[in-house]
Design a protein around this ligand. Structure first.
Ligand code: SF4
Length: 107
């Protein structure tokens, strides 16, 4: 193996390693964590992943038609299963979920 060939292999391995690192970091950014119903914010807001499981005694004005996907704070498309919400920082919440900050999306 010549010196030039060895150098080419070294450079190719470096590029491949960099690509793998970049793909890994991009993958981590593409999958934000999901809110848990037991999270401090979720408990304070009465958040549930499923709007049908909201505590009716605690939230008597809630209706099953109220969902994150039709809330003005939902940051995804209405058809997205999970998306961001202004109330939950970087965590995603369920499109079929609900919390007491629900506000009808205009339109
Ligand atoms: Fe869902 Fe709206 Fe509550 Fe966010 S503010 S968790 S989108 S109901």
């Amino acid at each position: 193996m010549t010196h030039t060939t060895t150098r080419r292999i070294f450079i190719a391995r470096g590029v491949a390693g960099s690509c793998a690192l970049l793909a890994t970091s991009m993958g981590a950014q593409a999958a934000p964590s999901r809110a848990e119903e037991g999270d401090e914010t979720a408990l304070a807001l009465g958040y549930k992943h499923d709007t049908n499981k909201v505590d009716a005694k605690r939230f008597p004005n809630h209706t099953a038609a109220q969902k994150c996907s039709n809330c003005s704070f939902y940051q995804g498309a209405a058809t997205d299963d999970w998306a961001g919400c202004a109330m939950f920082g970087r965590k995603h919440i369920a499109g079929q979920g609900w919390c007491s900050a629900w506000a009808k999306k205009p339109g």
